[in-house]
Design a binder for this molecule. Structure first.
Ligand code: GDP
Length: 422
């Protein structure tokens, strides 16, 4: 059953909207999966792409999990369940308004968000905040679960009004696909089975929608990128470059370039845990061997097609995590994919008021605040804009003294194209 595709989603809502009840219901109603399969899925998702002992920082969230032992409390619970059609990983985050960092962590790896509202309250400030953060994190698919329909007498007109208000908000935020579903979480109405109490609703149930929604995006259609996680050199005759394909497809014999050096060569062999292959695609963990003896190390990117972005000057959105406020001019360690370099936040351009998304001037960022910054790196980084590639466009900043994860970042664009990198 391991060929079923996995959908990652995050739940968000205010305290008491019914998130735990809804997730509990989804788990309860899909109790088909055995515990050992769940364990396998859990460990698989934690170690995706990792062939060496190190954590794969391309999975931003894993990096954050590792850092959590180092002082920052990130409250995200990951749960696993499956139906006949799909496997699911749900990141469940607490609803406390102040914990933007929890939500950002949970959403950083998600394909879709289930946003809960209480039918009695409708779209509230917290719904707007969460939706703003989702849009910043590049989430384009939302299920709006209008919960506690029993407490408003299953009123279809009220549901329609909440739906209309949310669709306006989603449109402003660029969240392109929204499915609104009226539910009663404890009773399971419209969660797995259609609700007899709301015959006026003819759309899909939550489970049916999650099973069928297409979130693949075009990451497999984008140019090939393999951030090198680890160089495997068991003996002098073999040199393999291991990692998880961030985007695109590669075939044996294809021309590839080593970035940032730009050195050209060809793929000799594609090795996977399941044996040698002719081709591999985004999301798969592979080992490549190359036709020529070229210099490749951890943190480099093997690319095909158009060149990736390369720069030592970045513009990015930051979600500040650390209780110690952001300090412009201070040195941090930036980890992006498998690469790591020293970095300085050269300018804080503005802070974003999360309730309204308005830009406001600020001298610093406190924990859970979001800002737009310019960064100056010690050496050129190979990356993509976050909107094109969430793996290669996101990074974390580590405080070199406390070793805490100070912030998570999403790269907008390079400020200048680096030249003469060698
Ligand atoms: P969370 O804080 O968002 O995780 O909310 P919970 O799942 O803990 O639910 C909060 C309270 O609301 C609990 O007492 C639930 O039983 C109740 N609740 C959740 N969903 C519904 C619903 O659809 N109808 C009614 N009447 N109560 C609900």
């Amino acid at each position: 059953q391991n060929d079923r595709p996995t959908l990652r989603f995050v739940t968000c809502g205010s305290v008491d909207d019914g998130k735990s009840t809804l997730v509990g219901r989804l788990l309860y109603d899909s109790k088909t999966l055995l515990d050992d399969q769940l364990d396998a899925l859990a460990s698989e998702s934690r170690t995706a792409g990792t062939t060496g002992g190190d954590l794969d920082f391309a999975l931003l969230v894993d990096g954050l999990q590792a850092e959590r032992e180092q002082g920052i409390t990130i409250d995200v619970a990951y749960r696993f369940f499956a139906t006949k059609l799909r496997r699911f990983i749900v990141a469940d985050t607490p609803g406390h308004a102040q914990y933007t960092r929890n939500m950002a962590t949970g959403a950083s790896n998600a394909d879709l968000a289930v946003v809960l509202v209480d039918a009695r309250k409708g779209v509230i400030t917290q719904t707007r905040r969460h939706s703003h953060i989702l849009s910043l994190l590049g989430i384009r698919h939302v299920v709006l679960a209008v919960n506690k329909m029993d407490l408003i007498g299953f009123d279809g007109d009220r549901f329609a009004a909440i739906t209309a208000e949310y669709l306006t908000l989603a449109g402003q935020l660029g969240i392109s696909q929204v499915q609104c579903i009226p539910v009663v979480a404890p009773d399971g109405d419209n969660i797995v089975a259609a609700s007899a109490r709301m015959p006026w609703y003819t759309g899909p149930t939550v489970t049916a929608y999650l099973e069928s929604v297409d979130v693949e995006g075009d990451v497999s259609q984008r140019p090939f990128r393999l951030p090198v996680q680890w160089v495997n050199r068991p003996h002098a005759d073999f040199r393999g470059f291991c990692g998880r394909i961030a985007s695109g497809t590669i075939r044996a014999g294809d021309a590839v370039a080593v970035q940032p050096s730009g050195r050209q060569t060809r793929v000799a062999r594609i090795l996977t845990p399941g044996g040698e292959r002719d081709r591999a695609t985004a999301g798969e963990s592979i080992t490549l061997t190359l036709a020529d003896e070229v210099d490749v190390s951890r943190g480099d990117v093997l690319s095909a097609g158009s060149a990736p972005q390369i720069s030592d000057q970045l513009a990015a959105h930051l979600v500040w995590f650390d209780d110690e406020a952001m300090a412009a001019g201070r040195r941090y360690v930036l980890k992006c994919g498998t690469a790591s370099t020293g970095a300085v936040i050269s300018t804080l351009k503005h802070r974003i008021a999360i309730d309204t998304m308005a830009e406001e001037s600020a001298a610093t960022l406190d924990a859970n605040e979001i800002g737009h910054v310019h960064l100056s790196l010690d050496r050129p980084l190979v990356f993509e804009a976050y909107r094109d590639d969430r793996d290669m466009g996101s990074f974390i900043l580590i405080d070199p003294i406390s070793h805490r994860t100070a912030a998570a970042g999403m790269i907008d664009i390079s400020l200048c194209r680096a030249t003469n990198i060698h």
